[in-house]
Design a binder for this molecule. Structure first.
Ligand code: AMP
Length: 185
């Protein structure tokens, strides 16, 4: 599941996981867990995240490699949220899956208007107190999204695995749109 910061990836992921009994891997959640331990690695990660920049690929691919084989083997599938964040990560993911005789089914691109993204992120900042939900960091995250993450859509379009989802509307409406795509799988 891809989309700009604030597009609702985490919210919709929880609902998909519940309905389809999927395992999930959220790089953002895993990075925040590491930061919460107060470790040296966590401090290093926070120095990227709090500025709105991506964490380097080698760290992310290492996290992926550590977690991919510990996902519940009996689950109906896996949802990756917030990953891949650039084309190099998409290539690494596809390679890692191919080595396990697996493949991605679909990339869901949650599309939300720019002003709505900012409103949602500022509101979340008030509730969750994330170090990256402030206006300066939000602006940088949106720039990084355009430069680095948006090209991931083309990567999946080229292999016919791309589906755009209108991410505007109520949580229920958006979930129904996602659900109608996932039913095909
Ligand atoms: P998220 O919770 O997915 O919005 O991620 C929050 C922040 O964690 C991002 O702005 C990045 O700094 C970092 N992050 C999360 N996932 C990745 C990833 N796959 N690659 C690089 N950085 C990531």
């Amino acid at each position: 599941m891809c989309g700009a910061p604030g597009s609702g990836k985490g919210t919709q992921r929880d609902r998909i996981v519940e309905k389809y009994h999927l395992a999930h891997l959220s790089t953002g959640d895993l990075l925040r867990q590491e930061i919460a331990t107060g470790s040296e690695l966590g401090k290093l990660l926070d120095s990227f995240i709090s500025k709105g920049n991506l964490v380097p690929d080698d760290v992310i691919i290492d996290i992926l490699a550590k977690h991919i084989d510990s996902l519940d083997a009996d689950c109906a599938g896996v949802i990756f949220d917030g990953f891949p964040r650039n084309v190099a990560q998409a290539e690494a993911l596809e390679k890692m899956l191919a080595e396990r005789n697996e493949a991605t089914s679909v990339l869901l691109d949650l599309q939300v208007e720019h002003d709505e993204l900012i409103t949602r992120l500022l509101n979340r900042g008030k509730v969750q107190h994330r170090s990256d939900d402030n206006i300066d960091t939000i602006k940088q995250r949106l720039v990084v999204y355009e430069e680095k993450t948006r090209p991931v859509n083309d990567f999946y379009k080229n292999i016919n695995k791309y589906q755009a989802v209108d991410g505007m509307g109520t949580m229920e409406e958006i979930f129904e749109r996602i659900d109608s795509i996932l039913k095909q799988f």
